[in-house]
Design a protein around this ligand. Structure first.
Ligand code: FES
Length: 181
């Protein structure tokens, strides 16, 4: 074999070895992703940076396969929700996983303490699970087009067939980051 041939063979072998290492490294996260425990751990909680979310804006993120509404409410929306008499609410409970099940559905109880401007809710209608439309309906909150349930600016059911307020998932706010789950 000539010197050139030897060098070519060496380069070929060296390149193949690097390629194999690269493929193994690339495959590992995919294999790990297929591990149900790892996938479940990864989905158990999510972090959402809301630094760019402006007053009056909403975003929807996915958590454990469910859409989650995050809305930065306006002062008017908060004032409207606070003005509602408890006796006008269909569901008297906060339905807030961060509080006790018996806590009443006052407007502050629909957020975590000190963060009343943000409302964070599982976006499935509590009737049959459709996704309500925001800033809609008679109460200025969410309107579910499937069967006409209406929710106010705190996500509390006010009319239609739904019997429960939109559910609030476990979350905490840490600076600009909301950790859900
Ligand atoms: S699913 Fe929303 S009103 Fe029926």
């Amino acid at each position: 074999m000539s010197d050139n041939g030897t060098r070519r063979d060496f380069l070929y072998v060296a390149t193949t070895a690097v390629g194999a290492v690269g493929a193994a490294a690339a495959a590992w996260p995919f294999i790990d992703y297929l591990n149900p425990d790892a996938a479940e751990r990864a989905l158990a909680s999510i972090e959402v940076n809301i630094a760019d979310l402006q007053e009056g804006q909403s975003i929807t993120v996915m958590w454990r396969g469910k859409p989650i509404f995050i809305r930065y409410r306006t002062p008017q929306e908060i004032a409207d929700a606070e003005a509602v008499a408890m006796s006008d609410l269909k569901d008297p409970f906060a339905q807030n996983a961060n509080l006790s099940p018996e806590d009443p559905s006052t407007d502050p109880n629909r957020s975590v303490p000190g963060e009343q401007q943000y409302i964070i809710m599982i976006a499935n209608c509590t009737h049959f699970g459709c996704i309500p439309t925001g800033e809609s309906g008679e109460y200025g909150g969410w309107y579910c087009p499937c069967h006409g349930s209406q929710f106010d600016t705190a996500g509390r059911v006010r009319a239609g067939p739904a019997a429960r307020n939109l559910d609030i998932p476990p979350y905490k706010k840490d600076g600009d980051v909301i950790v859900i789950g």
